[in-house]
Write a protein that binds this ligand. Structure first.
Ligand SMILES: CC(C)(COP(=O)(O)OP(=O)(O)OC[C@H]1O[C@@H](n2cnc3c(N)ncnc32)[C@H](O)[C@@H]1OP(=O)(O)O)[C@@H](O)C(=O)NCCC(=O)NCCS
Length: 149
């Protein structure tokens, strides 16, 4: 388990690093499938709570976001941890941070669309698989998952 001593959570808008943050998101979640820049964003960015984890040198090593689907339901999207930093508890720390921020916002339920490769991760974070949903880029099967917080 990674400690936070040399890592910190930050809001990319507050830090004036939103373009670096979107680039990180694109590199991890879009570029490997040949998708152009811009496809890593949607129309909820400015209505969302955004968080990144930065290392002691200021490198972004993780990202995640949630927006509200209704006053009591949040949806987490765009979760990613840098390839060389996986398996150290960083993804789980990001989920706990987003959940804690969601609780403060009055959220009771979190939903997400899990990529098949991340199913075990979300199960380990306490989410339940509801159903198979869509296939992204003809390749990545997604599953609706839910957690009461
Ligand atoms: C999914 C992802 C965010 C997980 O981040 P991570 O930092 O590697 O995960 P953690 O180290 O915090 O793991 C937390 C728990 O999930 C489990 N876990 C994580 N990845 C797993 C995997 N591929 N298979 C099985 N278990 C896994 C860990 O064993 C750990 O369990 P524990 O708490 O019982 O010890 C990361 O692998 C990633 O960025 N993947 C590519 C992008 C992606 O698919 N994002 C999800 C989009 S829906």
């Amino acid at each position: 388990m990674m400690t936070m001593s040399k890592l910190k959570f930050a809001d990319p808008y507050h830090e004036n690093r939103i373009e670096d943050y979107f680039f990180f998101r694109w590199k991890l979640l879009r570029q490997p499938w040949g998708q152009p820049k811009g496809t890593e964003r949607d129309d909820q960015e400015e209505n969302s709570i955004q968080r990144m984890i930065v290392d002691e040198d200021g490198n972004i090593i993780a990202c995640g976001r949630f927006h509200l689907n209704s006053p009591h339901e949040a949806q987490i999207r765009y979760m990613a941890v840098d390839t060389g930093q996986r398996g150290k508890g960083i993804g789980k720390m990001m989920m706990e941070e987003l959940e804690s921020l969601a609780i403060s916002a009055g959220v009771k339920t979190i939903v997400l669309q899990a990529r098949e490769n991340a199913l075990e991760f979300y199960l380990a974070c306490g989410y339940t698989k509801v159903k198979e949903t869509f296939l992204l880029y003809n390749d990545i099967q997604h599953y609706l998952m839910i957690k009461k917080i």
